[in-house]
Design a protein around this ligand. Structure first.
Ligand code: AMP
Length: 114
């Protein structure tokens, strides 16, 4: 845990969140400033800011997050599709430097960047 990290504080329960899924490896909660009808963040329970800082153990954790995401998405009613975004660094607009995966859906996601 990084004592200065917002998402570490949410994982520790020091800051409340609107939780949609939790297990020993990850926490998923609703984004406070949703960019789609459904906007959830999946956060591994180990602090690393970006993929560039990730160690082998954390890579396993991230794999578990991606394996779990279809189940989380189904529980959110996103059977017709969703978009995943993982911002990496300042130019990507990353604002919280604890790696997280955005799940966006619940609507037609419109124009694609790629
Ligand atoms: P990023 O810009 O990729 O680093 O994403 C950070 C996300 O965290 C943004 O979409 C914020 O709206 C979201 N966020 C910031 N503070 C909170 C909070 N307390 N609870 C839930 N989501 C948050």
């Amino acid at each position: 845990m990084d004592k200065n990290c917002l998402f570490c504080k949410i994982i520790a329960g020091e800051i409340p969140s609107n939780k949609v899924y939790e297990d020993e490896d990850m926490l998923a909660f609703r984004d406070i400033n949703p960019q789609a009808k459904t906007h959830v963040l999946v956060v591994p329970k180990s602090h690393f800011a970006t993929l560039a800082e990730m160690n082998a153990e954390q890579a396993e954790l991230l794999k578990k997050c991606f394996v779990k995401i279809p189940e989380i998405a189904k529980s959110l009613g996103l059977e017709s599709g969703y978009r995943l975004i993982v911002n990496q660094g300042k130019d990507a607009g990353q604002t919280v430097f604890h790696l997280h995966i955005h799940i966006l859906g619940g609507q037609n996601m419109g124009e694609k960047l790629v």
